[in-house]
Structure formats: structure tokens, C-alpha cells
Design a protein around this ligand. Structure first.
Ligand code: CU
Length: 333
């Protein structure tokens, strides 16, 4: 393990040394958006960026509307209730600037999920799924900008590369089809249009981004995940030449599932009921970013962000979000 890490660090160092310090003039183009924001910047023509993102979300307990539900309340209507869920994503990204206005991007996610349950009989069990998620290909286009502000158009297509037949053992069945939130992809081609605005003055930076996820058609299991809207607004402040901090508000709204997977029993557990999948939530996230030494790593940076919901309203019973962590390493060449 130690050897692998050392090799990886050496690789990164030699890549960076090769990249050299000739990209300093591109600093102006580079973003200071918090770790969980993607597609918030374009690069200078010919530049490459490689990124690694880590996202983790912890969900705990059940809600209906904005009321917390006890396990017993959920078990009045269902055979099983979820207790906790952990979602983890490793996101590998690449960006390439075709021109100063248009940067293309590709993202490959690796997803891992696990969910703890309890049955009416008091039996506890955990189900797991893991694999490649939905691959996204798209671009960011700079519509208008001056020295300190930039307005960008986002557009991406999400391919149905994530599994929608993930299964695992439950007390009732071996290799049972897992419910909607435990699947790894949408199973449909999705369109992701959006707009991003960023600005800065002195030590301060700010921005806003709106993104939609529009599902096209129906997947092979006879359902369509709900469309999703996400809006973020953030502000940041530079503390030194390398450190900065940020605060972000993120609002999300998502629709219920349309249609239903014939292998799922909606009376068994709320996560298998297509009508109990919609909701809205506002999160507050605090972040910090470290710019890696200029002239050595170009405009590369390491950023982390953590937050929790300040408002949540779910078509429940549905799992309630507890906390989120985002981390992101961006290397520009
Ligand atoms: Cu980039």
C-alpha cells in the first residue's frame, strides 16, 4: 500500500514538473468555486485539466414532509424500513479547452452505496451496491466575460452506463432487486443543461449555478427517475496566496419515479415505492481550498466542503439526509 502511494505521488510530481510553470497567465480563467461545484469554469485554449472528486453522503432516519418518522410509524405500513444509508462516489474527470470559449468535459463516476434496514420482526440487514455510475460528456461555454466576471452555459449528456439491476440478499430473498435509491444509474439518457455565473473582486469571489437533469424516455425496467433541479449560490474569501474559504447554499428539488420496476414490491419498503421518491432540500456547506504552488502545479488546487440540510421536505416516508462531504483535486496542464 505504502509503495503504491509513493509511486502515485512520484507520478504526480513528475507530471507536474513536466507541465512546468508556463500557465500562470491562465490564473485569470480559473475558478474558486467550492469543491462540490462542477462545470464552473472554462480553460484557456489547449489546456487540459484532470480531476478527482470524492463525494460522500450520509442519510439517517425517515421523514414525511418535514416531520421525522419513527421506525414503528413506518413499519405500520411497510414490512421493512431503512435505518441509514451511505453513498460514496469517486469521480474521475477530464477537461480540454477547444478554444478560449469552449471547454469540453468528461466524467466517470464510481459509486458505492449501502443501506441498513430493520424488518417488522426486528431482523436487521444491510444491502450493498457498487460499480460504475452514469458517464457524463459535455461542455462549458463562456457566453460573456470581463476581467472579473464570467457567464457560462453548461450542457452535458449522461449515458445509461450505471447498473439498474443491482441486487443483493435480503431476509426475504436471495439476489433481490434493490430499490430505486440503491441503483447505480438512471437507465435513461439524461440531458443536463445549466447556467453558471462567477465573479470576484479583491479577496472575495462569488458565484451561482443552476442545473437541470432531464430524463429522456423510459429505461429497460419500465420506469423513469424524476427530473432534478439544483441551484447553488456561494461566496468565498482568500485568506492568503494559497488558502481560501467558502460558504454555499444549495437547493435541490427532485420528482418522484414515473412508472415502476416490475421486480420491486412497493408495499415491502418505502424505497421501492415510486411515489415516495420526490422531495426538496436546502443544504448549507462550508469549504476550504488550497491552491497548489503556482509555477510547479500550474493552477492546480485541492478543495474540501462539508454541509448539512437546513430545510428538507420529502414525499415520504423517505430517507432523510444527514451530512455531505465533497473533496476535489484539480490538476491543470
Ligand atoms: Cu477545469
Amino acid at each position: 500500500m505504502k509503495v503504491k502511494i509513493t509511486t502515485a505521488v512520484l507520478c504526480l510530481l513528475s507530471l507536474s514538473a513536466y507541465a512546468g510553470g508556463e500557465h500562470l497567465h491562465h490564473v485569470e480563467h480559473f475558478s474558486r468555486a467550492p469543491a462540490g461545484i462542477m462545470g464552473d469554469h472554462v480553460h484557456a485554449q489547449g489546456d487540459w485539466m484532470f480531476s478527482y472528486g470524492y463525494m460522500r453522503m450520509h442519510m439517517d432516519g425517515m421523514k414525511d414532509g418535514d416531520d421525522d418518522l419513527s421506525d414503528a410509524q413506518v413499519l405500520n405500513d411497510f414490512m421493512v424500513t431503512p435505518l441509514r444509508m451511505e453513498m460514496e462516489m469517486h469521480m474521475f474527470g477530464a477537461m480540454y479547452a477547444v478554444s478560449d470559449e469552449l471547454t469540453l468535459m468528461a466524467m466517470l463516476p464510481w459509486v458505492r452505496k449501502d443501506m441498513d434496514h430493520i424488518t417488522r420482526m426486528g431482523v436487521r440487514f444491510t444491502t450493498r451496491s457498487e460499480g460504475v455510475g452514469d458517464i457524463k460528456l459535455g461542455g462549458v461555454y463562456a457566453l460573456a466575460r470581463d476581467d472579473s466576471r464570467q457567464l457560462m452555459l453548461n450542457l452535458a449528456v449522461s449515458a445509461p452506463s450505471g447498473d439498474i439491476d443491482a441486487d443483493d440478499d435480503t431476509p426475504a430473498m436471495r439476489d433481490a432487486q434493490l430499490p430505486y435509491p440503491m441503483q447505480l444509474g438512471s437507465g435513461t439518457w439524461d440531458l443536463l443543461p445549466g447556467m453558471t455565473w462567477t465573479g470576484r473582486a479583491g479577496h472575495y469571489s462569488w458565484g451561482a449555478q443552476g442545473l437541470l437533469t432531464l430524463r429522456l424516455g423510459e429505461n429497460d425496467n419500465d420506469y423513469t427517475l424524476g427530473n432534478r433541479a439544483e441551484v447553488s449560490a456561494w461566496g468565498g474569501r482568500r485568506l492568503s496566496s494559497s488558502w481560501s474559504v467558502s460558504l454555499r447554499l444549495r437547493g435541490q428539488a427532485w420528482d418522484e419515479v414515473d412508472g415502476d420496476d416490475p421486480l420491486l414490491n412497493p408495499q415491502m419498503v418505502p424505497t421501492a415505492n415510486p411515489e415516495l421518491q420526490g422531495g426538496r432540500r436546502i443544504d448549507m456547506l462550508a469549504g476550504a481550498a488550497l491552491a497548489l504552488p503556482a509555477g510547479f502545479y500550474g493552477n492546480s488546487r485541492l478543495a474540501v466542503e462539508a454541509g448539512a440540510p437546513i430545510y428538507e421536505n420529502l414525499d415520504g416516508p423517505q430517507m432523510s439526509a444527514d451530512w455531505t462531504v465533497n473533496a476535489n483535486l484539480q490538476l491543470v496542464f
